[in-house]
Ligand binder design. Structure first.
Ligand code: CTP
Length: 445
């Protein structure tokens, strides 16, 4: 019996997939089809997969060509499967020519001609119209955003607005997009507005974008008061628009995995979360010059509050802030202590003090630690009482990581509301609340 194996995502199942499976089956007597998991696709940079794993498996099954269907979860699995299942022929489409030649030592490798003019990517674009992104703000984060958005199929960055038109023009020239002098012209040319302007302008831009029926992706902190955040989320809901806070950590695969493990009992019951993020900032930058809204906590607090709120929730008993201020009254080093009924948390942020950036989650049976830059989670360790018993977990984090949040935003706009579990409306409102308490406290201290 000749055993054949092939792999694929098989998203939005199409004729190309059908023909590939048909020919793969004809190569032998028994066909095994490996279907990729969502996590594996995300890790290898295949973003925007529309169908769930179950749907994709169902579709492969319906063809009747597969004698057996398995799930492909990680790189290196093909090599193991070929030996485990005693495979004679490995096959994939001709778009992969050469990539799998390393398997030739173990079985025959056949690249089948790809069916022309069809792919899942094409169907995704056809099924859901391209969303045009308009960017407000031209600072460092906006510059990081554009190349990341270019990697997500289904969106196109179209235009940029900055009240200082010369800045918009220079930015537009750099990225080959349109500068807008007039804000109405900007809204007309956008379906999604990405807000990367200074913190205190977020509220008005979000409101204005929603009034113009645009979906919004806003950089953290979304708002600096709970009342404003609640009002905006309520308004977005009424207008059936997506309002999305851009804290990239929340959407990156490694962080989701870390949370999943922490909350599934591997370190017992969680009693502590300590998150630290410091970055020595240039004193001439907005972060250390804007005496009203700059400072360490408004700048970096969202990252540190994220694991705390995701693990312990929003019902804390008490929050206190401690800080060291610079001459202009801005906090250069800040600690927020948060007490919960069953645990203690600390968020440490610094723009003028450097510390070891670390995320530490402590439990009754062990701890999880992720070193800096844990906010781009790609590696963490699970420790127990026995120091020899360490589990080391890695996850791919690609580029600047903004692609993951853009992807989830797009899925939500296209109707997949399940994606909002990574950063809920309640999480964003709680963060706005804490920012507000912090700003009051900073004025008082
Ligand atoms: N395939 C094919 N002809 C096509 C499209 C895909 O023969 N027109 C083959 C691929 O070469 C692969 C298998 O089908 O062996 C599964 O491919 P997959 O990556 O799931 O499909 P694509 O349509 O290429 O997906 P995407 O556009 O997301 O890359």
């Amino acid at each position: 019996m000749v055993k054949v194996i092939t792999y694929g995502t098989f998203d939005l199942f199409h004729e190309g997939h059908y023909k590939l499976l048909q020919r793969a089956r004809q190569l032998g007597d028994y066909l095994i089809v490996g279907v990729t998991t969502e996590e594996y696709d995300l890790a290898r940079g295949k973003l925007n997969v529309a169908d769930s794993l179950m749907t994709r498996i169902e579709n492969v099954k319906k063809t009747g060509f597969a004698d057996e269907i398995i799930v492909e979860e990680s790189q290196g699995q093909k090599f193991r499967d070929i030996q485990k299942y005693n495979i004679d022929i490995f096959t994939v489409g001709s778009d992969w020519v050469g990539t799998f030649d390393y398997l030739k030592d173990y079985c025959k490798v056949v690249y089948l001609d790809r069916t022309k003019n069809i792919s899942s990517t094409m169907l995704r674009i056809k099924e859901t119209p391209i969303q045009r992104i308009g960017v407000i703000g031209t600072g460092r984060i906006a510059n990081r955003f554009i190349p990341e958005a270019a990697l997500v199929s289904g969106v196109n960055t179209q235009c940029v607005y900055n009240p200082h038109f010369e800045s918009a023009e220079a930015f537009a020239r750099k990225w080959g997009i349109d500068p807008c002098r007039d804000i109405e012209e900007f809204y007309n040319a956008s379906d999604i507005v990405y807000i990367a302007s200074p913190h205190e302008t977020h509220y008005l831009y979000i409101k204005q974008s929603l009034e113009h029926n645009k979906h919004v992706l806003c950089e953290k902190p979304l708002c600096l008061s709970r009342r404003q955040a609640e009002e905006l989320f309520e308004y977005a809901k009424r207008k059936k628009l997506v309002l999305f806070e851009g804290i990239k950590t929340a959407y990156c695969p490694g962080f989701t995995k870390l949370l999943g493990m922490a909350c599934s009992g591997v370190i017992g019951s969680i009693r502590g979360v300590e998150a630290c993020f410091t970055k020595l900032e240039n004193v001439n930058h907005r972060e250390l010059k804007d005496t009203e809204y700059g400072g360490s906590f408004t700048e970096l607090g969202s990252y540190c509050l994220l694991p705390i709120l995701k693990i312990f929730g929003r019902d804390y008993e008490k929050i206190t802030f401690d800080m060291i201020k610079g001459n202009n009254g801005l906090d250069l080093y800040t600690k927020a202590h948060i007490r919960y009924a069953k645990g203690l948390a600390t968020a440490t942020c610094g723009l003028g003090v450097k510390s070891e950036g670390k995320l530490l989650v402590s439990g009754t049976e062990g701890y999880i630690v992720a070193e800096a830059p844990w906010w781009k989670t790609s590696y963490f360790e699970v420790h127990h009482e026995n120091p020899d018993e360490v589990e080391r977990i890695s996850e791919r984090f690609l580029g600047d990581g903004l692609r993951y949040e853009i992807c989830d935003l797009l899925s939500m706009i296209n109707g997949d509301t399940r994606r909002d579990f990574k950063l809920t409306r309640g999480d964003s409102e709680a963060m706005a609340d804490i920012m507000e308490l912090f700003l009051e406290e900073r004025k008082r201290m």
